[in-house]
Write a protein that binds this ligand. Structure first.
Ligand code: ATP
Length: 601
């Protein structure tokens, strides 16, 4: 539970008010079947756009969440939290089959949705989408003693009213694995199509970047149309999608692109937004989850030091020892991300949020204001307090390459990751990677300075030593934003301990599918495919062109590939698959690498 009074974000329309029941679950399931059969982006957008157009406002909002495999936005949706075992129980209950028979089928098919789809009758009982939604919500919110039995009972009741095809998708939603090949980018396009005006895409996307809530975007679009989308503003309590940084080859290139600019230390911790709403504080992670209860010292410092009734600040939280002034390394800092034993962890690893941006204060949204104005307002708003958990990142404003390089060296020698260099008149580009922010990391002089965040899409059994674990290498992809697809870029065979490989296989097996997942492009055929889910950080020697990988192929015989890739660290829990490195970034990294190679000659 969040601290300081506010129990949930300001708006998450999960109630019954205004519900109508026009859209049947049968229509939804029919559309989902069609979505599952296609992998062409335009077809997916057309099918989903048509379905959304047929929905009433409240249905449209819920449908969008269900397409995301959730019951609400990421920061306030209750988790359905049913394991396959419990679902088998409910399926047995609803169908009269024995649990043994269900388990047998499940072992063969590997998916409880498929199993229910096969054994439930072809015709349902005309249940509406809203009824399904509310029953799922009741399952998700059942709590306390006997909650498990209650959940199973509620699910069995629901299944009795569903047809096979309907149950197939309802159970997949309940597992958070809908597997329709529809990502957020496709839903955004479909929303524009549903309104009959594809040119609304940009206004829809802006609204999403400011709210992180696709259901809310659908409601604004339907109820207020284009003017509503255009006047939409960020508001404390709803996370803003993060602005992202580009890479360049050198401090000189950064200055060439930005001119006089603001440099800041690049802290190596985790990104947090702190939202003050009166006496309450919400904290949001990089992937828009509400993590308010996890970092009490930052919430308290926000209340003490932020001189506004309502505000949104953004910063990087780093483990920091006030007595010695030392920053703790990333591996230590991330231990604070755990949800348990918060007090003990707080004592062992105190955090400090280095605020680097201001997005909102007392009724004014600052996103479009130039950086200089945002920074000045941030400095006015935050009262500096020695050794407190909230501090401002120091800044250097310069147009001198030597000075910039000196600042960089200083930061690295203090144990930091490098520097961020920012455009003085640049806006905050919510949800987008732009040259308003540039990252210069330690080791930028090396050929491939940065790591690549890859999404795992399958694994190969491997030969030799590792074969005994049943996993020898990982098939990894990057994200093609324009097409909303994952394209393979590497086969990773190192970087994990023996236990790590075993654990990884267990995790990937939970997401395994019998065929190439809908949104994946790959030349290689792994032994086991899995739904794009986990993001891992990968270090490589360089980027090469290769006929073996699909990244950035674009009709050419060769794609881009990582040479000698190895995993560093573990799964990046703070990133969704769509937050992985993009194909565009890979191409940009390839350009920088070539530039370095020629300038080194
Ligand atoms: P990205 O966030 O760009 O997808 P990433 O999470 O892999 O990538 P990096 O590429 O290393 O991280 O760098 C960007 C991240 O650096 C930001 O998301 C933020 O968490 C962190 N950061 C640290 N210091 C700053 C700062 N002064 N200004 C902005 N971001 C900072």
């Amino acid at each position: 539970m969040p601290l300081f009074g506010i129990g949930s974000a300001p708006r998450c329309a999960l109630g019954y008010e205004g519900d109508t029941m026009a859209l049947s679950m049968r229509e939804v399931a029919e559309a989902f079947v069609a979505l599952e059969k296609s992998s062409r982006r335009t077809t997916l957008v057309a099918i989903l756009g048509d379905l959304l157009a047929r929905a009433e406002t409240a249905e449209m909002e819920r449908l969008v969440y269900l397409c995301q495999g959730r019951l609400g936005p990421p920061f306030s949706a209750p988790e359905i939290g049913l394991q396959a075992k419990l679902m088998m129980h409910a399926v047995a209950d609803a169908t009269g089959c024995t649990e043994e028979a269900i388990r047998h089928l499940y072992d063969e098919r590997g998916d409880i949705g498929t199993v229910a789809g096969e054994i439930l009758p072809a015709e349902g009982r005309g249940i509406s989408l809203m009824e399904v939604y509310h029953q799922l919500l009741a399952i998700a919110t059942a709590s306390g003693r006997g909650a498990q039995a209650q959940k199973i009972g509620l699910l069995a009741d629901l299944l009795r009213r569903l047809s096979g095809p309907e149950a197939r998708y309802v159970l997949r939603i309940a597992q958070g694995r809908l597997r329709l090949g529809v990502g957020d980018a496709t839903i955004l396009d479909a929303l524009a199509t549903s309104a009959g005006d594809p040119s609304l895409k940009e206004a829809i996307e802006r609204c999403y970047n400011l709210s992180s809530d696709l259901g809310l975007v659908a409601r604004v679009l339907r109820e207020e149309g284009e003017p509503g989308l255009r006047r939409f503003q960020a508001r404390p309590g709803r996370p803003v999608r993060p602005a992202l940084a580009q890479r360049v080859a050198s401090p000189e290139e950064a200055l060439r692109r930005l001119g006089r600019c603001q440099a800041e230390p690049k802290y190596d911790g985790f990104r947090l937004q702190t939202h003050r709403v009166g006496d309450a504080v919400h904290l949001f992670s990089r992937n828009m989850e509400d993590v308010s209860g996890q970092f009490p010292e930052i919430a308290e410092a926000t209340l003490r030091q932020v001189g506004a009734e309502s505000a949104i600040l953004e910063g990087e939280a780093v483990g920091y020892l006030p007595e010695t002034g030392e920053y703790l390394p990333f591996q230590v800092t991330v231990q604070r991300r755990r949800k348990h034993r918060v007090e003990a962890m707080q004592e062992a690893i105190p955090l400090r949020l280095f605020a680097f941006d201001l997005l909102y204060a007392d009724g004014r949204e600052f996103l479009t204001a130039p950086l200089t104005e945002r920074r000045a307002a941030l400095e006015r708003l935050v009262t500096p307090t020695p050794d407190s958990a909230l501090a401002l990142s120091p800044v250097l404003v310069t147009d001198d390459a030597t000075e910039l390089e000196r600042f960089f060296d200083e930061m690295v020698s203090e144990g930091l990751e490098g520097i961020m260099v920012k455009r003085l008149d640049g806006a905050y580009t919510a949800g987008a990677r732009s040259f308003n922010w540039i990252k210069l990391k330690r080791g930028y002089r090396a050929e491939l300075a940065d790591t690549v965040d890859c999404v795992l899409v399958g694994y190969l059994y491997g030969r030799g030593q590792r074969a005994r674990f049943g996993i020898g290498s990982l098939l990894a992809a990057v994200y093609d934003e324009k097409r909303d697809r994952f394209q393979t870029v590497a086969k990773i065979g190192s970087g994990l301990s023996d236990e790590g490989w075993v654990k990884m296989r267990e995790l990937l097996d939970q997401d395994s599918v019998p065929h190439r997942p809908a949104r994946v492009d790959s030349v290689l055929q792994p032994d086991v495919w899995c739904e794009p889910h986990y993001v891992v950080e990968v270090q490589a020697d360089e980027i090469t062109r290769s006929p073996l990988h699909a990244a950035g192929r674009d009709g050419e015989p060769t794609g881009y590939a990582l040479r000698f890739p190895r995993m560093v660290g573990w799964i990046r829990a703070d990133k969704h698959p769509e937050d992985a490195t993009t194909v565009e970034e890979i191409i940009e990294m390839f350009r920088i690498q070539r530039l370095r190679a020629t300038s080194a000659l």
